[in-house]
Design a protein around this ligand. Structure first.
Ligand code: FAD
Length: 460
């Protein structure tokens, strides 16, 4: 063991993982970015230990990569061979549920699903929800400012974090464990760590915002014939449900039928095939009244031609069946490899022409390309998967799509972040002045470039 690792080990309560003890789970996230073996994996069990690690690393100029649940899709948590990996998996647990303030205080390595379940047991809801709920950690969610299925109603992770504690590159602990919605006492420092993907500090604890648990939930899957109808439907349901529309997930036929045709146990409730499908949900406080409102509104949407068919979930099992189609994205890797995966946003008004532009560009430059399209839509977020079956086409597809995102003034990352995957495309969504200010912040907070170096900010 090197002097550095010995010094580090002496500051930690659990053994460092070295060489053969570094299992594959610490070597890569869910992206197809290159995996790597770090010099060691440290698994701190307290904020004090995270601070000690950074003090030692800062003294030795040792670069680190931070790891949460490693469900990231941009390669940000993938270690390099000269880095120390810091896994937050042992810094896990719920510290407090404050019923009066409607807050939950958690450690950064706590799995999202555990937080959701603890909130539900206490009669609340923590409304961040994504397909990776079983594997991702709240620290990772905060660091990526994760979005997910309920942004429409509750906003991104940023909106759900009231307070936060983080360790800086030199080991300083910044504790802003605020529980109040209003706090304008100068800079809101927690925002620096939300969405900065571990490049400015290591999130160690957080105060989360809880909401009252909905008393009723109505779900339906709608078949729609054209995209303008999808927009009209969104406006109608937003108006009719007056703040209670909690999900509006759109699936184009390419994605929908790929999942229902291939994924075992996933079926479509419709006999016929349609161009578009929308999974909608209303959450409210009175099941009888909500169900009546839901069905009346969907009935009117059918009459007005905004949808051509509708399947209303009559049970939790049917609801889960609808969500299996949407969450089936996690299964796609079994059937196709060498995919280019996109998580972009463009204004809703340009979405149709944006997709048409991409189809036309891909059609002329990569004619074998196929696209599976779905998205949260109401928050401007489109996901799609492009593939030809050939690894060498991936780069061209990335370039074509991100060029188009740039032309449509969209964002190359709606919710997954930049990691290492989108470094070369960030300039499509951020101006030189914005990038320069980001570099100034990084330089001020991490002058040695120790934290997640080479992620998020492209080299100059
Ligand atoms: C099936 C599936 C569905 C998904 N759906 C969504 C979705 O709907 N919306 C969405 O936004 N994302 C989605 N994701 C992406 C991913 O789950 C999120 O980005 C999640 O927030 C990552 O959390 P994690 O704990 O796995 O982080 P990791 O993958 O471990 O890390 C992600 C980044 O954050 C940094 N990081 C992790 N923990 C910390 C910490 N404590 N302090 C500082 N930096 C840290 C890492 O260094 C890395 O750069 C999905 C992923 C999968 C596999």
């Amino acid at each position: 063991m090197s002097d550095f690792l010995q010094e580090l080990q002496s500051r930690l309560g659990s053994p460092l993982l070295i060489s053969a003890d570094i299992s594959a789970r610490y070597q890569h996230d869910w992206s197809s970015e290159p995996a790597g073996v770090p010099i060691a994996v440290a698994r701190p069990g307290s904020t004090g230990e995270v601070a000690a690690i950074m003090q030692v690393c800062s003294h030795h100029g040792q670069k680190v990569v931070v790891q949460g649940g490693l469900s990231g899709l941009c390669g940000g948590g993938n270690p390099r061979s000269d880095e120390l990996a810091i896994s937050l998996e042992r810094l896990s647990g719920i510290e407090e549920i404050d019923h009066a303030s409607m807050t939950m205080t958690v450690k950064a390595g706590t799995p999202l699903q555990l937080i959701q379940e603890a909130a539900a047991s206490a009669g609340f809801v923590f409304p961040l929800d994504l397909g990776a709920r079983g594997s991702c950690n709240i620290g990772g969610n905060i660091s990526t400012n994760a979005g997910g299925n309920q942004v429409l109603r509750f906003g991104m992770t940023r909106n759900l974090v009231l307070g936060l504690e983080a360790v800086l590159a030199d080991g300083t602990v910044i504790s802003s464990m605020n529980k109040m919605l209003k706090n304008n006492a100068a800079y809101d420092l927690k925002q620096l760590f939300i969405g900065s993907e571990g490049t400015l500090g290591i999130v160690t604890r957080a105060v989360l915002r809880l909401y009252p648990k909905a008393q009723s939930r109505c779900s339906a899957l709608l078949a729609v014939s054209e995209f303008p109808q999808v927009i009209s439907l969104l406006h109608k349901l937003t108006r009719d449900f007056a703040g209670s529309l909690s999900a509006f997930e759109v699936m184009w036929h390419s994605y929908y039928h790929f999942i229902t045709d291939n994924v075992k146990g996933v079926t479509s409730p419709f006999g016929e095939r349609h161009p578009l499908y929308v999974l909608v949900e209303l959450e409210g406080g009175d099941s009888e009244r909500d169900q009546a409102l839901f069905e009346t509104s969907l009935g009117a949407a059918l009459e007005q031609g905004l949808a051509v068919d509708a399947a209303v979930a009559g049970s939790q099992r049917e609801r889960e069946g609808f969500w299996k189609i949407r969450d089936g994205v996690a299964e796609i890797g079994q059937f196709i490899r060498d995919t280019a995966n996109f998580d972009v946003s463009v204004p809703i008004s340009s979405m149709q022409s944006f997709l048409a532009a991409i189809e036309s560009e891909l059609g002329s430059k990569v004619p074998a390309a196929k696209m599976l399209v779905f998205g949260h839509i109401a928050d401007s977020n489109l996901h799609f998967i492009c593939y030809t079956g050939k690894r060498e086409d991936i780069k061209t597809m990335y370039r074509i799509v991100y060029d188009t995102v740039g032309r449509f003034h969209g964002s190359v990352s709606a919710e997954h972040g930049i990691g290492v995957q989108k470094l070369n495309y960030l300039h499509y969504s951020r101006s030189p002045a914005e990038l320069a200010l980001m570099r100034t912040l990084k330089q001020a907070m991490d002058p040695q470039g120790l934290l997640n170096n080479g992620r998020v900010l492209p080299p100059v």
